[in-house]
Design a protein around this ligand. Structure first.
Ligand code: ZN
Length: 416
């Protein structure tokens, strides 16, 4: 079986120019003795917006791997695919994120739910699982409720999984199941029921992305109750270790944290949990590498700064339409967005400071950062003008990309 490494880190490269700079961060970490597998991910939605093809991701990754001489594992993730969208990813991906969130809560035949519960009497009553903050106590009705809420989602995961298996061979790909793009978080007892059902469905998942409690806005820090997150994260780890034993799921099954970039207040919690339990982690970033391109272009000054200001001005004038598709994953206070006239008076370093995610920095503006994050279509629209600027400012942009991943993400997560 193609096995996902204990630690893996998903990076997005919207315009396919930063794979080398991203890989540089993994090499710096490897030099510290910690090997993390890079996973280049790009969703169908992103490909559609940018006008790229999954094959481009594989090509860019391969070129970076050979240019930098990376000798460890790496993968290409068909991110958030469904049965209708998986086709063009099959040949050029070895990691598939099966997105079944749309099937959550769809009505399930009662007979299927009853059969599930009859197969799993161990899920009812008081469950004492090593590592849990306190034992779970569940009634038959509660298990029934959760099973019926997730049953179709699990079946859908099975459908996609079998489709990919038939095309690639079951041993040749890594499966992740994602439940994060939905309204309500999954509690640890729900996760256990979902894992039991996935095992019944013979989905050999190696990583699962639940929706965690709290807000995971794109490009900015976590908003929520840190102690609750810590308790639930630790309970999820205990549930996974238990489910591996109880249901024969792959021994390397681990949690995946989606929209995991920039969640600086969670990293010490996650680091502690991994060190304590020896668990693995997949952390998927939210395509924020492109913001580092804007930071670099701002720093570079000249045409790079001019274009970044133009993108901001256009984004500000179209804030409603740009934010609408992302309403549930951003929190922008309009009154905190400076006018285009104001931003036009800023120096390059000043604009870079507003975008770069250093929470305590007096010039950092999370509203500007979030608005720009959802405006990547504008850079796509600028086309060759944008890409040529990335090429002519390669060094300064690459420095931002590497530093962001290594210093602000990998160091607190993996080194501590
Ligand atoms: Zn996701």
């Amino acid at each position: 079986m193609l096995t996902l490494e204990r630690f893996s880190f998903g990076v997005g490269d919207r315009f396919a120019h930063q794979a080398k700079a991203q890989l540089q961060a993994f090499q710096k970490l490897a030099a510290e003795g910690i090997v993390v597998a890079p996973v280049w991910n790009k969703s169908n939605r992103e490909h559609t917006f940018v006008g790229s093809e999954p094959q481009n991701v594989l090509d860019a990754a391969k070129a970076a791997i050979s240019a930098k001489g990376w000798e460890h594992g790496w993968h290409v993730d068909a991110d958030h695919i469904r049965l209708e969208t998986v086709e063009r990813f099959i040949a050029c991906s070895d990691f598939f994120t099966l997105d079944v969130a749309d099937s959550i809560g769809q009505p399930t035949p009662l007979a299927d739910v009853q059969a599930f519960i009859n197969r799993h009497p161990e899920l009812i009553g008081t469950l004492t699982i090593a590592g849990l903050s306190e034992p779970f106590t569940t009634t038959r009705e509660e298990v029934e409720q959760v099973a019926s809420k997730y049953f179709l989602a699990v079946q859908e995961a099975g459908n996609i999984y079998r489709h990919i298996s038939a095309r690639k061979g079951e041993a040749n790909f890594i499966a992740e199941v994602s439940l994060d793009e939905t309204d309500a978080p999954q509690t640890p007892p729900e996760l256990l029921i979902i894992l039991a059902a996935l095992a019944d469905e013979k989905v050999r998942i190696q990583t699962i992305a639940p929706k965690f409690t709290g807000r995971f806005n794109k490009g900015v820090d976590y908003v929520g109750d840190l102690s609750q997150f810590e308790r639930e994260f630790n309970d999820d780890l205990a549930v996974i270790a238990h489910a591996i034993q109880q249901y024969g799921l792959p021994a390397n099954l681990k949690l995946s944290v989606h929209s995991g970039s920039d969640k600086f207040s969670l990293y010490p919690i996650i680091h502690r949990a991994l060190a304590r339990t020896g668990a693995g982690l997949h952390l998927k970033t939210a395509g924020t590498t492109w913001l580092e391109e804007l930071v670099g272009l701002s720093e570079a000054g000249g045409e790079g700064l001019v274009l970044t200001k133009e993108i901001y001005a256009y984004a500000l004038a179209h804030v409603d339409e740009l934010c609408a598709p992302y309403a549930s994953v951003i929190d922008i206070e309009r009154s905190k967005l400076p006018s285009a006239e104001t931003v036009n008076t800023w120096s390059g370093p000043q604009l870079a400071n507003a975008i770069r995610h250093i929470p305590g920095h007096p010039e950092f503006n999370p509203h500007v950062r979030q608005l720009l994050h959802v405006s990547f279509k504008l850079a796509a629209k600028a086309g060759a003008r944008y890409l040529d600027l990335l090429k002519s400012n390669e060094e300064i942009v690459a420095k931002q990309v590497t530093e962001n991943i290594f210093e602000r993400h990998m160091r607190p997560l993996f080194i501590g």
